[in-house]
Each structure stands twice: as C-alpha cells, then as structure tokens.
Unconditional design. Structure first.
Length: 377
C-alpha cells in the first residue's frame, strides 16, 4: 500500500505520437532524466537516485498522490560478484484521508557473502475490520470502520553458509492502534485478540536458498525461504506467539524478454496471536484484487503464476492467476474456500530492471488497481 506510485509521464508514451501533438519518446526520456529516471545506473554517484511522482489508486487507499525515490548503489565498486543494491523511499496521501511513508533496502556486500535487508513503514489510514475467518470476511455487515495508526520495522542480516545458501538473524517490530472505531455495537473489536492497540516485538531466524539474479525483479533463478519469528513480552511486546513463513519462488526465462514467475507462500501462527498479526489473503504482493485485511486468520497459503513480457523501449506487461485459502488451524487448510485471483498489468522501466507497475486484479466479488514500484514478487 505505502509503495503505490505511477508517473503520469509514461501514459503519454502509450499514445500514438505521429501527429506531433504529444511529446515523443526522446522528449519523455529528457524529462525523466531531469528526475534521475533515465534508465541508467552510474555507480560513481555513490547512490544513483531516481524520482517518480504520480497518482495511484488501490482498494484500501482510494485515489491519491505519492512520490517514490529509488536509489541504486554498490557498497564496494570493486565487488564484481554482488548484485546492485537498492534503496526505495516512498510517501503518499490519498482521498480517504490516509497518509504514510515507507522504505525498503536490499544491500549486498563482500562478494555477496553478506546481505542486509531493511524495511519499514509509518501509516495513518481509514480502513475496516471484519474479524477473523473466511465467514467474517465475506459478510460486509460484520465490518467496522476505524483509523489504523501503524508503525513497522524489520531488519535482517544474512551470512552465506554455502553456495547460494544464507542464514540470517533479524528483528520485527510492529505497533498498530485502531482509533476512532465506528459501529461499536457490532462488537468485532471487543472480541479482537490483543485489543485495539497492539505492540509486537520479536526475534527471527531465516534460512534462505537464493539464486535470483536481481532480488527486486528477478529474470532467472529461484528462492526458498523459511523464517521463524518468536514474539514475546520478554522481547518488549504485548503478546507471546510464533510466526513461521515459508516461500518458494521460481523464475524461468524463455528468452531475454520473457519470464514465467511462480510463487508459493505460506504463513502459520500459534500462541496468543493479536488480530493485526494474523495471516492475510489479499495485499499488493499476493492475492491482488482483495481488500487488504478483509480475509485474515491464523494460517494462510497462496500461490500465483505470472507471465512477464518486456516490450520495446521501456514498456512491458504481465498477466497472472492465483489462488489462496486460510484456516484457524493448519490441519484445516484446504478444507474451506479457495479464493481466486487473476489479473494483468503494465510495466514502465525507469532504472535498469526497476519498474513502476499498474496492476488490475480481480477476485471473488472484488477487484482493485495497484500502482506501485517494483514487482509483486
């Protein structure tokens, strides 16, 4: 959500300019170069920045304006093994009264022996709470409107153990306050685990096998991650619970312009899990087309297959299909409803291998546009 951005300039490039009434590609390239978005990377700059302002729309935020500042860099110019590092800084305001900022960093050091990932966000946004479980999410009569005040921070340091295999330690901080709750008589928040204000703090361990050529937008390789996080009052949080996340991604190139990407993801929890830390179906990365937070429960699994095609100049497009399910116990996964997700999207490259994207996702009785930086997975 906090990364939903799209420059209006690329829309001009999709229109026939033969009549000379609209700027041609060279002119648009010139304008974008002034913002650093020249589709080039100059390592001598330290961090080579590019700025992409523009409008966006998502099911949760409505229509809004934002800006993304994306930097590419190499911590060691003599390192010929590590891939380029990236840092994304974003901010937004929207028609719903929402506003926020976020950042995401991928750093690669010492011939790729060390990696440092860091992401965080700060948001204030009106939204809804349906309760937990598929039955609650499918019934709009259950939802309560509230204003979510959120803060999240998650650093991870990884060390290479063997070829393409990494072990990492990290920390997860999450604070969320449900303010200005409406329709109190519905009672959802009165039953919500953890109460309306939750602070979670936990330590994590990650085992990762990763052969992707470029983490923000892979064109080949695969990744298999397993992350265990323990949250506890002993670590500064309110509740004691555990989260296990598993992910497998495969990126198969048909040629230098076409990639087939597959993602399989699972999130499983146990203990006194607060409502805001339950597993979700529907966000800007997985199960696109559903309102984020509508479907939540203790455990969830999803999968998606995406066809990615680069066209001429800076253009590209994708098409995907996926499905997911959730349950209160892992043993019940698959016994309930499987929700579908299908869609297509447009890509515009503003730094080498860094895209802004416009996706339209369709789910069961639900749909949404997503305008963002970077690929969904």
């Amino acid at each position: 959500m906090g990364k939903a951005f799209l420059p209006w300039l690329f829309l001009l490039a999709t229109v026939n300019v033969q009549a000379g009434l609209l700027p041609d590609r060279a002119q648009i390239d010139g304008w974008l170069k002034g913002l650093g978005s020249d589709n080039q990377f100059d390592a001598s700059k330290g961090i080579d920045w590019g700025v992409m302002p523009g409008p966006f729309y998502t099911p949760e935020l409505g229509l809004g304006l934002g800006a993304a500042v994306v930097g590419m860099y190499r911590p060691d110019a003599t390192d010929s093994v590590s891939q380029n590092s990236t840092l994304s800084l974003t901010g937004f305001v929207s028609s719903t009264g929402a506003f926020g900022a976020g950042f995401e960093n991928y750093s690669f050091f010492a011939q790729d022996r060390w990696r440092f990932y860091l992401n965080g966000s700060l948001k204030n946004m009106p939204t809804y709470y349906w309760g937990d479980g598929y039955g609650a999410g499918k019934n709009d009569n259950h939802k309560q409107e509230y204003t979510s005040k959120e803060f999240a921070l998650a650093p991870t340091v990884l060390r290479r153990l063997a070829a393409d295999t990494y072990f990492g330690l990290g920390w997860s901080l999450s604070a969320q306050d449900a303010a200005s709750v409406k329709d109190v008589w519905k009672g959802n928040f009165q039953r919500a685990p953890g109460g309306t204000s939750v602070f979670s703090s936990g330590a994590s361990a990650t085992l990762s096998y990763d052969t992707r050529d470029f983490v923000p937008n892979p064109s080949r390789g695969q990744v298999a991650d397993l992350t265990y996080t323990h949250y506890s009052p002993d670590l500064g949080g309110d509740d004691r619970f555990d989260v296990l996340e598993s992910r497998y991604g495969l990126y198969y190139p048909f040629n230098d312009k076409t990639v087939l990407a597959w993602d399989l993801y699972g999130r499983f929890t146990q203990g006194d899990v607060p409502w805001n830390m339950m597993s979700l179906l529907g966000n800007d990365q997985r199960m696109r087309g559903y309102y984020e937070g509508r479907y939540r429960d203790r455990d969830a699994v999803s999968t998606q297959l995406e066809y990615r095609r680069k066209l001429d100049w800076r253009h590209g497009f994708v098409a995907w299909l996926g499905t997911g399910t959730l349950a209160h116990r892992s043993g019940d996964l698959g016994k309930g409803a499987w929700l579908p997700s299908v869609g297509a999207g447009y890509r515009f490259e503003f730094k080498p291998r860094m895209n802004v994207r416009l996706d339209f996702g369709v789910g069961k009785s639900s749909s949404g546009f997503y305008f963002q930086v970077g690929e969904a997975f």
